[in-house]
Design a protein around this ligand. Structure first.
Ligand code: NAD
Length: 421
């Protein structure tokens, strides 16, 4: 399909206004004047490709999932693996309430154990102080929920204030609450206030997704589905045994998650920080997802903290982020996290399947060959043909592309002239 046809179709199936899709995506969603209100010393804006993952089904609902990403194959891989998962009923997901952690560090504490006891004894008072500054969220059913206190050293205590941020990511909300309660917490502990800020290891706000893929959906032209299951399980074990592999395994997951996070105007640095801290929570860096065989099925599970907002942050001002939420039509931040995590698991599946069977090399070579063909001057359908000739010859160079293009043009021209006569 051409871009204009895709936009019309996505408008049709999602109910989004076609003029809004066109107006937003032709400009990228923000102009330099708007960008100037986001950050400092603005010179302009920087565009990225905006695509949609297809075939994504989560808890029985179909989604057209916006992805903003510059890396070739990520959108295709998500769509392809989502189709495999779909053959087994799609993704199932569940998520925690939107509880974020505000940290208040207290230093120079004379007796840390007494400090912890006193902070906990005054939980209700601290929660009420926090709720005082959480206005909008408390009226929407959120607000401060609990206080925890931990000893970090002989003279250092940290109080955790747990806050339900509902549909917001919550960083600013939580920081405001931390500042509000800090003096009181320090006074209770008998120490001095240190930092007051959220933790990006928001492990009270996890999402868990699962898929169950039938063997036949995984088969390749060379390998039966059962062999692919075994290969993927072995690839999963490799990541479980080795942090060097786990880092790359998780990168494959974040390919999908970050693209959705970015498309929906959310803070991908916060998500990345939380994901990797969670991956190392047991003292050793580990994969966020695990793959196992269950009879003739491959079962994948993924769990990670995911603080996403459907209100607040940049959403108010970024037109493309608002469009993404309109296309997704999610009810809230938990559902958004479930979709993002499902796409992450899909990208993970696609990556493992490619690595464990063909090797990703073939796919990457094809993509690289297309770029070289374009650079050699190929256009239209000749791009694909020149690229395929180079892949088949296992020789992907500009010179080879030029020769292939010249031979195709020389061969085709007389045929075209003959047929037009
Ligand atoms: P925000 O400051 O825009 O607060 C959310 C607002 O939405 C509040 O005013 C709230 O009252 C309102 N709201 C309306 N409807 C709501 C609903 N249904 N549920 C919840 N709130 C509702 O945004 P935020 O989410 O507090 O903070 C997110 C921003 O903070 C991001 O842009 C992020 O980049 C940034 N940030 C991140 C960090 C970090 O991760 N370490 C630190 C500082 C700031």
């Amino acid at each position: 399909m051409r871009i204009s046809q895709r936009r019309a179709l996505v408008g049709q199936v999602t109910g989004a206004d076609l003029r809004e899709i066109e107006g937003t995506l032709d400009t990228g969603g923000i102009d330099p004047d708007t960008a100037d209100k986001f950050v400092e010393n603005v010179l302009g804006t920087y565009a990225m490709p905006y695509g949609v993952a297809l075939n994504v089904q989560v808890n029985g609902r179909d989604y057209v999932v916006p992805m903003v990403v510059e890396e070739p194959s990520v959108v295709a891989a998500a769509s392809n693996a989502a189709k495999m998962a779909r053959a087994g009923g799609g993704f199932t997901a569940e998520w925690d309430p939107s509880v974020m952690i505000a940290q208040v560090q207290v230093q120079d504490v004379p007796d840390v154990h007494v400090a912890v006891r006193k902070i906990l004894e005054h939980e209700r008072e601290i929660l009420a102080l926090a709720d005082d500054v959480l206005g909008g969220v408390t009226t929407r059913g959120g607000g401060a929920r609990a206080v925890e206190a931990r000893v970090l050293a002989d003279d250092v205590v940290v109080a955790h204030l747990l806050i339900d941020c509902k549909e917001a990511m919550g960083a600013n909300l939580v920081n405001t609450a931390a500042e509000r309660v800090a003096n009181r917490v320090a006074a209770l502990a008998g120490g001095r206030v240190g930092l007051r800020i959220l933790s990006n290891l928001c492990d009270k706000r996890c999402v868990r997704v699962r898929c169950r893929v039938p063997a036949e959906a995984l088969a390749t032209s060379d390998l039966p589905g059962g062999a692919v299951i075994d290969a993927i399980v072995q690839a999963s074990r490799f990541a479980e045994l080795d942090p060097y592999r786990a880092a790359t395994h998780n990168k494959g997951i974040m390919n999908g998650i970050d693209a959705v996070v970015l498309a929906t105007g959310n803070d991908w640095r916060a998500v990345e920080a939380g994901a990797h801290a969670y991956a190392a929570r047991k003292g050793r860096y580990a994969p966020l997802s695990i793959w196992r065989r269950d009879g003739d099925y491959l079962v994948g599970t993924l769990e990670l903290p995911l603080a996403l907002g459907t209100v607040g942050g940049t959403l108010r001002v970024h037109r493309a982020a608002r469009l993404s939420l309109a296309l997704l039509n999610v009810k809230g931040s938990g559902e958004l996290a479930a979709v993002a995590a499902s796409v992450g698991l899909a990208n993970n599946l696609a990556g493992l399947r490619a690595l464990a069977t063909d090797g990703v090399q073939r796919g990457h070579m094809a993509q690289h060959a297309r770029s070289v063909a374009l650079a050699a001057g190929a256009a239209g359908e000749l791009v694909e043909r020149v690229a395929r000739m180079m892949v088949d010859a296992r020789d992907i160079r500009l010179e080879t592309a030029k020769q292939a293009l010249a031979s195709l043009v020389a061969f085709e021209m007389p045929i075209q002239q003959a047929s037009s006569r």
